[in-house]
Design a protein around this ligand. Structure first.
Ligand code: ACM
Ligand code: ZN
Length: 768
């Protein structure tokens, strides 16, 4: 009890020191300049609101509605600058289209900006100065105070973007609007809307109805399908909704690659014109649009004619990435086009397409944006904006050629479809590493550009969320938050004001509370084990379980079977165990919000004795079961069609010639490999695999059966083994799981001695 009390006092101490540093100013992104005074301004039932002019009304209308709703106060009209009035004033003396100032004294609040956008941003900052309940759905009895302060604020970059991809998984218009609303609170001002791709076409084009009839529907191998598209009315509605929040929507029409959904609807768009379907697998489709055909350009022109009136933005994204050129090499029309133009490389055809589309869009008053591949092949018009995604290289090269650039390098954490912390402990992602500290550390102006005096070509920065692994709006939200806050801060806050410790204090404190008030299912990291998380720990005498969480968080845990809560012991140092124990733990934010609970089963084991078969031969025995099983459990008592072939490596389970798919004529199957593994010396060993199941000595050590798509090994497990032969059985379940074929996975089983390095199980270790 004393120990608990001590820990509680200690944690209160930690929380209060945070609060003292904070001075109550928790705004994200961090403003350019903040001076804190003494005390607070308090909203009361008599507080009035002064907003002059229709433009200003529009900019702060949502703020007023939120505050009225949450406080229950009328906030009737008052005189600007008077006592007990919150004033929003358009004032030409504030420099910058998005800049604003806030003066909060004990008895009044005055926000100024030269443009409505600035007033909107002042209002977002005020909301973040108020208690988080202001974001709630109910009227609350909070202490409605704001700290006395003066804020002068303006963005570092004009373009502060987020990309959403409704192609791989459709995101209904209402969910897009919710994201616009959330993101605009953090002063994100561009939504890059990726509307067309191989796996789905998502925008209604009246002249080409098959685009949404055929191109918006992806029929899966298991008989299910995925569908959805935006009508032009919905698009107009979303664009208007965004404009009210000072978010400009930049549409993307992908060309000439990533166009399979369009080609499925209108096969003549491709070189060979064969009838295909929207791509069922993730990844890059080799069938692309044919630049040898004039009617392909007619199509693009017609689509652009319908798209441009929907999007007032001066920018129009034309994709341009990942467009394989194999088909062009073989296509007589493409080759004739090259001949006619004197081209020697297919890459020039890529710039030919981009160039023609650019010229056409210019007649509509649009500047093109394209992924950094648009630099390939040369001849890119200097007005084109280059979006650097394959690292910073494209952006640097583009700026050297005097293009404006937008930085969104996947190599620096700007791909939010990458992992947030420990891939074993979070919703499945496409892979890669985009931890919040990594995002925050990114400076969108590469050093080479700064040194060369070319930094001004960088218009801004953007986070991208490709949606292969965000099938629902809720999954998307857990992906975006809190990391979108880091993107917002690197886009808005002056470089010299960036401070990661202060950022996590805000993002994990008031920031998390505000998101929670808005019902956002934000990601909160579960405690991980350094060097890779294992949920089944084995030990022979005693063991220490070390845990860690991202900077700025803490851990609570129990070893008595109870569910950890705020009063549970805080983790300070590795947990020492000498008997079988379930460690239950949760990550804790300074806001008090907690991660879901994690359980680690630590089992005291005797070293399992080795087997002594009379004779053994190299390799494992493989059995193959044709059919669509989906899970290892469904394999049950199925009859193997092919039995007891000898394989040298476990990965052969998923790469059997003859069973393996092209996309058409794909055949599902499951397969098992069994025999013995030779363990080099006595000890505790950990195993990991992306197969459905792994048995050691007839014990089911790893069961990934509950996981629909495996991209990282979530259920690593340890066992204590004597040197010598142990039975091993691996179960592979082939199939395409929502765009991911399991045969794309690493097919081996890895092992490591406890605390040691991961190794593949080699052919020399396997017998039957
Ligand atoms: C991209 O990620 N293919 C732009
Ligand atoms: Zn062609």
């Amino acid at each position: 009890m004393l120990r608990k009390l001590f820990i509680l006092v200690l944690s209160l101490f930690v929380l209060t020191t945070y609060a003292a540093e904070a001075n109550g100013i928790e705004i994200i992104p961090r403003p350019a300049k903040v001076e804190r005074g003494e005390g607070y301004f308090r909203l009361t039932p008599r507080t009035r609101l002064a907003v002059k002019g229709d433009d200003a009304e529009r900019a702060v209308g949502a703020f007023a509605a939120k505050v009225r709703h949450a406080t229950g106060y009328a906030l009737s009209a008052g005189k600007a600058g008077s006592a007990n009035v919150v004033s929003f004033v358009l004032d030409k003396s504030v420099n910058g289209d998005e800049a604003y100032t806030i003066d909060i004294s004990h008895d009044r609040v005055v926000c100024r900006a030269s443009r409505p956008a600035g007033l909107f941003y002042a209002a977002q900052s005020l909301l973040q100065l108020l208690p988080a309940e202001v974001e709630g759905s109910k009227t609350a009895a909070a202490d409605w105070k704001m700290p006395v302060c003066r804020i002068e604020d303006a963005p570092r970059f004009a373009y502060r973007g987020m990309m959403l991809d409704p192609c791989r998984h459709f995101l209904p218009a209402e969910d897009v609007k919710r994201q616009i609303d959330l993101l605009s609170s953090y002063k994100i001002n561009r939504l890059h809307w990726h509307l067309t791709d191989d796996q789905g076409w998502r925008i209604e084009i009246k002249k080409y109805p098959e685009l949404t009839k055929v191109g918006a529907r992806r029929n899966m191998f298991d008989g299910t399908f995925h569908t959805g598209f935006y009508t032009q009315d919905e698009i107009r509605d979303v664009v208007a909704y965004a404009a009210e929040r000072f978010v400009e929507v930049v549409p993307e029409l992908e060309l000439p690659g990533h166009g399979m959904a369009a080609i499925a609807a209108y096969p003549h768009l491709s070189c060979r014109g064969e009838q295909l379907t929207p791509r069922v697998l993730w990844g890059v489709e080799e069938v692309v649009m044919c630049p040898g055909k004039e009617d392909m350009f007619d199509f693009l022109r017609d689509v652009i004619d319908e798209m441009t009136p929907l999007f007032p933005s001066g920018l129009f994204h034309i994709g341009g990435d990942e467009s394989p050129r194999y088909e062009w090499k073989k296509c007589p029309k493409c080759q004739a086009r090259m001949h006619e133009l004197g081209y020697t490389k297919e890459a020039q055809l890529q710039s030919y397409v981009i160039g023609r589309v650019e010229k056409y869009l210019r007649t509509k008053g649009k500047t093109i944006v394209g992924w950094d591949e648009i630099l390939e092949g040369g001849d890119l018009d200097t007005t084109a904006v280059v979006m650097s995604w394959r690292g910073e290289k494209g952006g640097i090269e583009a700026a050297r050629q005097h293009h404006h650039v937008l930085m969104t390098p996947s190599s620096h954490g700007l791909y939010l479809d990458h992992n947030q912390y420990d891939p074993a402990l979070e919703q499945i992602s496409i892979g890669g590493n985009a931890t919040i500290d990594r995002i925050y550390a990114y400076d969108p102006v590469p050093e080479q550009l700064r040194e060369a005096g070319l930094g001004h070509y960088v218009l801004g920065v953007q986070g991208n969320n490709w949606s292969e692994y965000t099938p629902t709006a809720a999954a998307l939200e857990a992906r975006l938050y809190p990391r979108a806050l880091a993107v917002a801060e690197i886009a808005w806050t002056p470089l010299e004001r960036k401070d990661f410790k202060d950022f996590v204090r805000r993002a994990y404190g008031e920031g998390a509370r505000q998101l929670d008030s808005r019902g956002v299912r934000q990601f909160i990291a579960q405690p991980a084990q350094p060097g890779g998380s294992t949920e089944r720990v084995a030990f022979t005498d005693e063991v220490e379980i070390a845990l860690e969480v991202p900077e700025g968080m803490q851990i609570v845990y129990t070893v008595d079977g109870s569910r950890p809560d705020a009063a549970s012991p805080r983790y300070e140092s590795p947990i020492r165990l000498s008997s079988t124990t379930v460690v239950r733990c949760r990550g804790v934010l300074p806001s008090g919000l907690m991660s879901p609970m994690r359980e680690i089963w630590a089992e005291r084991q005797a070293l399992a004795p080795a087997c002594r078969p009379d004779t053994v031969s190299p390799g494992l025995l493989m059995n193959v079961y044709p059919g669509n099983f989906r899970t290892a459990a469904a394999l049950g008592s199925a009859q193997a069609a092919k039995t007891d072939s000898v394989i040298k490596k476990i990965e052969t389970l998923r790469s059997m010639a003859g069973w393996l798919p092209a996309v058409d004529g794909y055949k599902d199957y499951a397969a098992t490999a069994e025999g013995y593994i030779s363990i080099p010396e006595d000890g505790v060993y950990e195993f990991r695999t992306l197969h459905a199941q792994l048995f050691i000595d007839d014990r089911r050590l790893i069961d990934n059966g509950d996981i629909f798509v495996l991209r990282s090994s979530p259920h690593n497990a340890q066992c204590a083994l004597r040197a010598g032969l142990h039975k091993i059985r691996a179960v592979f379940v082939g199939g395409i799981f929502d765009g991911w074929p399991t045969y794309w996975n690493e097919g081996n089983v890895d092992f490591r001695p406890s605390g040691g390095k991961w190794q593949k199980i080699g052919a020399d270790m396997l017998f039957h």
